[in-house]
Write a protein of this length. Structure first.
Lengths: 225, 367
């Protein structure tokens, strides 16, 4: 199934295990993470080992900065391999078996659902200060006074028409929804929800509730370093 | 000498006029003044035509790089953006966002290498919207456009990047977003190793570029590594690494061409100051972090608050004073139509004496 993903085809030719990807990787600086080892594992085509990756935390450490791509002397892209592993992990429902994988529910709801609601990945109202203390006092002031602050820079804030943070027109939103429908985006969202629901119940929650989602968003076992 | 010239091996054609403008999710949230300044500088100062289309959507790139939006879906969304461009009568696509810029280049390259993906995308687009895919003649990032016109901006300069008190060039750290050229080095001015897109602007406008060990290191955004609260330790750790590396070179300011980088290098300075008291700028304050439109706007004499520089957590006033920019301190935090709406609390990286320690310390230690 991995070889059906063009990012896997493009991302891995023949790795000679030099480790340059790991040397430049910002995620490897911080996490117990070694893209060289992941590529070596995948290259062996050992299905058991690949399934172990799909069930584990490791594939979720990468930040997809793609710093590995220009440095690889063999033209591989470990970041693409990671993307294909993550997609497969979600399609098979294995992402819910790891702490970092379970976070996909939070990402689906925070980013994915916002795209379908507003046409944008991020909007000021979903960058809530209580979830983003690192954004600081200025952001809190912007958040509390959003109409006056953004109104200084955009005539169309929360309204239709050209400009920053304009409200998307209904025709464009309909097209966006149809694109997600026909291209498999909505089905993928539903897959994330379905497997999260199952896992949440297994973990003692009353389904993939807000409480479960917030647990995936905030919990850190500190076993990743 | 050979190293300085190496950027010239990576050149690309940037259209000179008639652009189709695609906005950025992150930038319109955190730098709406920069997006407006980009349009104003092109239209009013340089007399260049650019179309701000009210119909395009997010490219959904943050969702794609958070692995919740499938490749097939983002390809179709991107195809719609290109179709809107063609329907509006344009062929030079300009992206305000670095994540989007990387995605546009990646998708065009993928369609080239795997033609069946282009055919599938055409089918999906037609079925979902009735539109036909028309590919752009050129793709540029907004910083490419600013780079192309840097000498025209220099000729209209009201301020140079020079300390008016000493006559010395300001020392500037440039930070290039990873997806500008690490995915496709040929898509960026100077490639991925010696990107020149911001350095060219700094030099043309009188500043001095700071070289430092972690110059090419990621800011740490890492999509899910910031977007999920439990992962933010990874994000701040990478910004910390960069700030520690650049600090001994005493930069007067940082300029970035990526929406996320400009925001994170600003906000994480605040978080680090609150966590352990470390500040990286002169006098116990932070290092101001600018977008390239803010830098260009100051050079052209724009009002800093009309550029949106009040959105920064690290105060920019020390930099404005060095540049000799006149500004009204009382106008900084005014709302629409000059309405008084209060002001943010002052914190560690600010210049005001009042200081408030947030509860962030406990939260960040937990991450």
């Amino acid at each position: 199934m991995l070889t059906e993903d063009i990012r896997f085809v493009e991302g891995l030719k023949a790795c000679m295990n030099c480790g340059v990807c790991t040397a430049v990787c910002p995620a490897a600086e911080f996490y117990n993470y070694d893209p060289r080892q992941i590529v070596a594992t995948v290259q062996m085509r050992d299905d058991e080992e690949i399934e172990r990756l799909l069930r584990g935390d490791e594939i979720w450490y990468c930040g997809e900065c793609m710093s590995c791509r220009p440095r690889c002397p063999r033209g591989n892209t470990p970041g693409y391999v990671i993307q294909s592993l993550r997609t497969l992990s979600q399609r098979l429902g294995l992402f819910v078996e790891s702490e970092k994988g379970r976070q996909q529910l939070a990402l689906k709801r925070l980013i994915g659902d916002n795209i379908l609601a507003t046409g944008y990945c991020l909007t000021p109202r979903n960058i809530r200060p209580e979830l983003h203390p690192e954004q600081g006092a200025v952001w809190e002031w912007i958040f509390d006074n959003h109409e006056d602050v953004y109104g200084r820079f955009s005539q169309s804030y929360l309204r239709e028409g050209a400009g920053a943070l304009r409200r998307m027109d209904s025709g464009s939103m309909e097209e966006l929804h149809r694109i997600f429908e026909v291209s498999g985006g909505k089905e993928f969202f539903a897959t994330i929800e379905r497997h999260s629901e199952r896992k949440a119940r297994e973990m003692g929650y009353d389904g993939a509730t807000e409480e479960y989602m917030m647990q995936t968003y905030t919990y850190n076992s500190e076993n990743h370093y | 000498m050979a190293r300085r010239a190496s950027w010239q091996e990576y050149q690309k054609d940037i259209a000179a006029d008639n652009y189709y403008y695609a906005r950025s999710c992150i930038r319109q949230n955190f730098f709406p003044g920069s997006e407006r300044a980009f349009l104003d500088i092109l239209r009013n100062d340089l007399k260049i035509n650019i179309f701000d289309d009210p119909l395009h959507s997010s490219c959904t790139g943050i969702g794609y790089h958070s692995d919740v939006v499938p490749l097939e879906t983002i390809m179709t969304i991107v195809a719609r953006q290109f179709s809107l461009m063609a329907e509006a009568g344009y062929e030079n696509f300009v992206s305000s966002c670095i994540t989007s810029f990387g995605i546009y280049n990646e998708i065009l390259a993928t369609w080239e290498e795997f033609p069946e993906t282009e055919e599938r995308t055409r089918r999906f687009l037609k079925e979902a919207t009735g539109r036909e895919l028309v590919k752009p003649r050129s793709i540029a990032h907004t910083s490419d456009v600013m780079f192309l016109h840097r000498e025209a901006i220099a000729r209209r300069a009201k301020h140079c990047l020079i300390d008016v008190a000493t006559g010395e060039p300001l020392r500037v750290v440039e930070h290039i977003g990873c997806h500008y050229a690490k995915i496709f080095p040929k898509s960026g001015i100077g490639g991925s190793e010696f990107p020149y897109v911001l350095a060219g602007m700094i030099e043309s406008w009188g500043g001095e570029v700071v070289d430092y060990p972690e110059r090419r290191h990621c800011c740490g955004f890492g999509f899910r590594n910031y977007l999920v609260q439990a992962n933010r330790g990874s994000s701040v750790a990478n910004s910390h690494k960069k700030l520690e590396s650049m600090s001994p070179y005493k930069p007067d300011f940082i300029v970035a061409n990526c929406p996320g980088c400009a925001m994170f290098l600003d906000k994480w300075q605040y978080a680090i100051a609150e966590m352990d008291g470390t500040t990286y700028g002169v006098g116990g304050h932070g290092i101001p972090v600018l977008t390239y439109e803010e830098m260009a706007g100051l050079v052209l004499g724009y009002d800093p608050w009309e550029l949106g520089m009040q959105f920064h957590q690290v105060d920019v006033e020390p930099l404005l004073n060095k540049l000799g920019v006149e500004y009204d301190p009382d106008a900084k935090f005014l709302g629409r139509d000059g309405k008084r709406i209060g002001r943010p609390k002052s914190v560690a990286v600010n210049c005001s004496e009042q200081r408030q320690i947030y509860q962030i310390k406990d939260n960040l230690v937990r991450w």
